[in-house]
Write a protein that binds this ligand. Structure first.
Ligand code: SF4
Ligand code: SF4
Length: 413
């Protein structure tokens, strides 16, 4: 399972600079994860210094062969992966950021024999630690017991169809659906919190209701719904249209009002815009059409490189696993320095740099569109998100956008 398949709110936390704007929003105390409808309050300035979420891709090895795999995972490990000692040191550095959510992902983290010592060290350091194992025979009761023994806060597994033919067809390995159900059942039995990740594509668009029913039956805390980025093995032909994104947003938003689990989206930053529009419309009739742009612009949301950093299996430092542009490598560069001061990360954190309608949009700080999707579909990471139907109300941007940085794309090695 790839990193983005976990999340915790990878791009769905809000940084609320103006509580008055969402004064009627039900807020929960900060927790390891929150649903997209449950903003977490964090000072906006914090994201310039430290990420809210750190993903470490321990390996790209995995025994599944999913059609959409970002990592183009293969069965064998890369000898250039970060070593155990490098991993320990990386975790110490991540702790220096403060209290980010730490996600162990892959590939399949269970393909590394040192995964449990690494998890243990992460928890000992005080990092809120989660893991995204792949649903293969490596995901045994013993492995799940070990997650719990190490102090893992949550285990996330994927479910991409309502039955074995649809799920296994997507994951391209027979038995994955049964293993996913086993893992969820066993974790529930021993009291380990779980989340279910679903990637919405053309193949399962008509089955979201059935999948949601399985999520509910599993007792998972969170349904994390991913939207496709055409990178790795994923192709744009599997993706939804912008109008279909909007329809799924409506489905999720309505479901969120009654579901016993939280719902969040990943790589659908514009779901925040949708939620904001709905709330304004519901709480102050007509206000959605007249919300003051200058107020909306003070809302800040996590995005690639903005509250978020991804460490590849070989130590490359990316704004996101879906945005394979390296700003450095933890073997030679300071992770803290790269996050805080590299031109790439600094550029991504300033929504005024965005191009096209995202740059003109009053929601650009709260949303900003998927930088990864913009890059994958246009080759330009500051371009507008091609999968958004919204037409900004602002007639002119405040600043002319600078040209995009001419940085080389570095594919995960
Ligand atoms: S093959 Fe599937 S489970 Fe394995 S890393 Fe890729 S997306 Fe995740
Ligand atoms: S135009 Fe861009 S910034 Fe505005 S809501 Fe759509 S994706 Fe978000």
């Amino acid at each position: 399972m790839t990193f983005h398949e976990l999340a915790r709110g990878e791009n769905d936390f809000f940084f609320q600079a103006d509580p008055a704007w969402l004064d009627d929003t039900p807020l929960r105390p900060a927790s390891i994860e929150v649903g997209a409808n449950l903003p977490r309050l964090v000072p906006a300035a914090d994201i310039d210094d430290a990420p809210f979420l750190v993903i470490w891709e321990l390996t790209q090895a995995c025994d599944l062969a999913c059609v959409h795999c970002r990592a183009c995972a293969i069965a064998n490990r890369n000898p250039l992966e970060l070593t155990t000692d490098e991993g320990f040191r990386l975790l110490e550095i991540i702790r220096e950021f403060g209290d980010p959510l730490m996600v162990f992902t892959g590939g399949d983290p269970l393909k590394r024999p040192d995964v449990f010592p690494l998890l243990e060290r992460s928890v000992q350091l005080g990092l809120r630690t989660t893991i995204t194992p792949s649903a293969t025979p490596l995901l045994t009761a013993g492995a799940i017991d070990n997650f719990q023994r190490c102090g893992v806060a949550r285990m996330a597994v994927s479910l991409d169809g309502p039955d074995a033919p649809s799920h296994d067809g997507f994951r391209r390995v027979e038995g994955s659906f049964a293993r996913t159900k086993f893992a969820l059942d066993y974790a529930r039995q021993i009291g380990l919190p779980t989340q279910v990740n679903t990637t919405v594509t053309r193949h399962n668009l008509a089955h979201l209701d059935d999948i949601a029913a399985l999520v509910q039956a599993s007792g998972a805390c969170l349904w994390s719904v991913f939207f496709l980025v055409a990178t790795g093995r994923a192709s744009a032909s599997q993706d939804l249209t912008a109008q279909e994104y909007e329809a799924v947003f409506a489905y999720l938003y309505n479901l969120s009002k009654s579901a016993p689990f939280d719902i969040k989206t990943t790589e659908a930053q514009h779901y925040r815009r949708y939620v904001a529009q709905q709330r304004k419309a519901e709480n102050r009739p007509g206000a959605a059409h007249h919300a003051a742009p200058e107020v909306i612009q003070r809302q800040v949301g996590i995005n690639d490189g903005k509250g978020f950093v991804f460490i590849s299996h070989t130590g490359e430092i990316y704004p996101s696993g879906f945005l394979p542009i390296s700003a450095g490598n933890v073997r030679r560069d300071s992770l803290i320095g790269v996050y805080g001061h590299s031109p790439l990360f600094q550029t991504l954190r300033n929504a005024d740099n965005l191009h096209g309608k995202c740059g003109d949009c009053e929601y650009r700080n709260l949303c900003g569109g998927s930088r990864s999707r913009a890059f994958s579909l246009t080759g330009e990471y500051l371009a507008e998100d091609p999968r958004c139907v919204y037409q900004p109300k602002l007639t002119a941007r405040r600043h002319s956008p600078p040209p995009a940085l001419a940085l080389p794309a570095v594919l995960p090695g």
